[in-house]
Design a protein around this ligand. Structure first.
Ligand SMILES: NC(=O)c1ccc[n+]([C@@H]2O[C@H](COP(=O)([O-])OP(=O)(O)OC[C@H]3O[C@@H](n4cnc5c(N)ncnc54)[C@H](O)[C@@H]3O)[C@@H](O)[C@H]2O)c1
Length: 257
């Protein structure tokens, strides 16, 4: 029996990177999981290893009705929504002079509105049977401190921390906990955009750019999706019952955090 046996979980942005790592971890822990992502995942192996536990629903997190359909898909396979992981997010590497109203709105829409709508829909379903639940939102180390060339990303990730704290207080009477995670440098496809953007700015190759980022991580290696997923899974257990409104980093001792 896994620690999440019989529980129902929706993971946005679960087709790739950290989200996929979170999906795998919840499956190992026994949950039924719906991947809510704009791009379809390759989950044939997961479907074989975890029959009847993993499903996909095409979702743009900016569209509330699509998020609702992901929860409805989950409820076709299990009894309730126990945890919602609002993990989907995008990045834009751009100096201030290269930002536009359009790029600001796109970043705000996916990263902030997407998490807000995911939290809203989750709270709606979790209150239906008075059993509560857990919402976990993806912020970033960049939500705790500004980074040159990443102002749009940092602004949206800081908003997620404040939103999560507000929701945590608002939803506590309904026994819904809301926390966020702030990963440091986790090697995923998102990093291709970062390395490309920063490599161009620094005039460095892919490997040189990666090496430069690595020197900022005292632990001496980049993080993996599994490093993040273990904590997200734990946050959704009863061992974390008194933890809400918090922001937990996984960053190999990187500063500032
Ligand atoms: N990788 C890191 O180092 C790092 C560090 C800090 C925070 N994060 C955050 O963790 C989360 C996951 O990042 P990742 O590195 O795995 O990225 P990724 O690019 O590998 O995966 C992101 C996923 O989100 C999906 N997505 C994008 N827009 C969407 C939308 N509108 N609706 C639904 N799905 C959408 C993508 O299709 C993709 O599957 C993001 O919120 C990111 O900001 C990542």
């Amino acid at each position: 029996m896994g620690k999440h046996s019989g529980k129902g979980v929706v993971v946005t942005g679960g087709s790739s990177g950290i989200g996929l790592g979170i999906v795998e971890r919840f499956l190992q822990d026994g949950a039924v999981v719906v991947i809510a992502d704009i791009q379809a995942p390759d989950i044939s192996e997961l479907e074989t290893t975890y029959p009847g536990q993993v499903f996909y629903c095409k979702v743009d997190v900016c569209d509330e009705s699509m998020i609702r359909s992901a929860v409805e898909e989950l409820l076709r396979h299990t009894t309730r929504l126990d945890a919602m992981v609002n993990n989907a997010g995008i990045i834009n590497v751009a100096g201030l002079s290269d930002t536009t109203a359009e790029s600001w709105l796109k970043m705000l829409n996916v990263n902030v509105v997407g998490v807000a709508l995911g939290s809203k829909v989750a709270a709606e379903y979790m209150t239906k049977d008075n059993k509560g639940g857990v919402i976990v939102n993806a912020s970033s180390g960049g939500g705790r401190h500004g980074v040159p060339m990443f102002s749009q990303y940092c602004a949206t990730k800081a908003a997620i921390i404040m939103m999560s704290q507000s929701f945590a207080q608002e939803l506590a009477p309904a026994k819904i906990r809301v926390n966020c995670y702030t990963p440091g440098h986790i090697m995923t496809p998102l990093w291709e955009d970062i390395v490309e953007g920063m490599g161009k700015k620094l005039g460095k190759s892919r490997d040189e750019t990666l090496q430069e980022f690595l020197t900022t991580v005292p632990w001496g290696r980049f993080g993996t999706p599994a490093d993040v997923a273990a904590t997200v899974s734990w946050l959704c257990t009863d061992d974390a019952e008194y933890i809400s409104g918090q922001c937990i980093g996984m960053n190999g001792a990187e500063l500032p955090w």
